[in-house]
Ligand binder design. Structure first.
Ligand SMILES: NC(=O)c1ccc[n+]([C@@H]2O[C@H](COP(=O)([O-])OP(=O)(O)OC[C@H]3O[C@@H](n4cnc5c(N)ncnc54)[C@H](O)[C@@H]3O)[C@@H](O)[C@H]2O)c1
Ligand SMILES: [Zn+2]
Ligand SMILES: [Zn+2]
Length: 335
């Protein structure tokens, strides 16, 4: 079978691999669509603490059951993969918070994933797609669940002003979910014209951070106060400073970004205005269910997020495109 493999830093390649053989508690999945994520880029640059080459990447993917014992799923079922593998033994797992498991692992990061014609997936990590959800949109469920988890964890209330720093796939998805959660005004910043254009197209107030300070824009809308909730989804020192400038007194900052370099956080500036800061990590099983349901109900248009659909043969092109925010948003491989 064809497989897209991370070989070494800045080197990915499509090669032939043996078909995997499922264990009794796994199904063989014929992959349909698989997305490249920021974490895949971290692995690609050799910066991921756990991923080890050679590895079949891909943790955002949909497919069709090709073989399965038992009656949990049937051959031909269209499925999406929930890629988290928790240990089941640590305190967070025992408290029902598997997504913050002390040794959380991912399909596609810690073991082979979905950039391949076929892969094996534990049965309990499969969700059958509703008829109305295409396999292409199935590959968007995982990042959508991140956005749902973030907005649900935040204190956003009906009519609130939300500021989103970073209009990558995750920032834009947070915008869509904040809108459905009843946000009044949604202001989103980026430094990439392509991403700003996508944000405007999706109906958000897009601020070009190269020219305009988002905190000034937000303050104009809020009587000089700032946003009720700020979502930090860019992950650099500039946005780590802006998130505090942007937020209202007693407002909340939700840090979604995974910082490559530890930022300096101006705690004194937060203290004087009683700002809350919280972080988010992936999603709970319930968030994943809600992501599927929102797509089933046709409540979201995710089409503007998919900038490229490529064959797996173009894996290196896909990773090259992802290097520059101005070249791509979400890239999907069609297997
Ligand atoms: N918490 C989680 O579980 C979770 C899950 C997925 C992704 N993430 C993290 O969320 C972040 C966003 O993910 P993504 O896939 O959208 O990444 P991305 O890199 O596509 O998006 C980040 C965006 O920030 C923009 N940016 C850079 N500097 C900026 C500035 N000064 N002002 C405004 N925007 C600026 C970039 O142009 C880019 O569009 C990443 O750090 C990623 O690791 C976290
Ligand atoms: Zn991801
Ligand atoms: Zn655990």
């Amino acid at each position: 079978m064809k497989a897209g493999i991370y070989l070494s830093p800045k080197q990915v390649k499509m090669t032939e691999r043996e078909m995997p053989v499922p264990r009794p508690d796994e199904a063989l999945i014929k992959v349909s669509y698989a997305g490249i994520c920021g974490t895949d880029m971290m692995i690609y640059h050799g910066l991921h603490p756990r991923a080890e080459a050679p590895l079949i990447l891909g943790h955002e993917f949909s497919g069709i059951v090709a073989a399965s014992d038992g009656d949990r799923v049937n051959k031909g079922d269209r499925v999406v993969v929930e890629p988290l593998l928790n240990c089941g033994f640590c305190a967070p797992c025992r408290e029902g918070q598997a997504h913050v498991c002390k040794s959380l692992r991912y399909i596609g990061i810690d073991q082979n994933g979905g950039f391949a014609e076929y892969t094996t997936v534990p049965l309990h990590r499969l969700r059958v797609l509703p008829e109305s959800v295409t396999e292409k949109m199935g590959a968007m469920i995982e990042p959508l669940a991140v956005a749902i988890h973030t907005v649900r964890r935040s204190k956003l209330k009906v009519g609130d002003t939300a500021a989103i720093l970073g209009a990558g796939p995750i920032g834009l998805l947070i915008g869509l979910i904040a809108e459905r959660a009843g946000a009044g005004k949604i202001v989103i910043s980026d430094v990439s014209p392509v991403r700003l254009q996508a944000a405007s197209k999706m109906g958000f107030e897009a601020v070009d951070a190269r020219k305009t300070d988002i905190s000034q824009v937000v303050k104009e809308y809020t009587d000089g106060c700032g946003a009720d909730v700020v979502y930090e989804v860019a992950g650099n020192q500039t946005t780590a400073d802006q998130m505090i400038e942007c937020v209202k007194h007693q407002g909340e900052i939700a840090v979604v970004s995974v910082y490559k370099k530890p930022p300096v956080i101006q705690l004194a500036a937060m203290h004087f205005r009683e700002i809350s800061l919280m972080t988010t990590r992936c999603y709970s099983p319930g968030d994943f269910t809600k992501a599927i349901e929102l797509l089933e109900q046709n409540k979201l248009n995710l089409d503007p997020l998919v900038s490229h659909t490529l064959p797996l043969e173009d894996i290196q092109t896909g990773f090259n495109l992802m290097e520059n925010p101005d070249q791509a948003l979400k890239i999907l491989f069609k297997l």
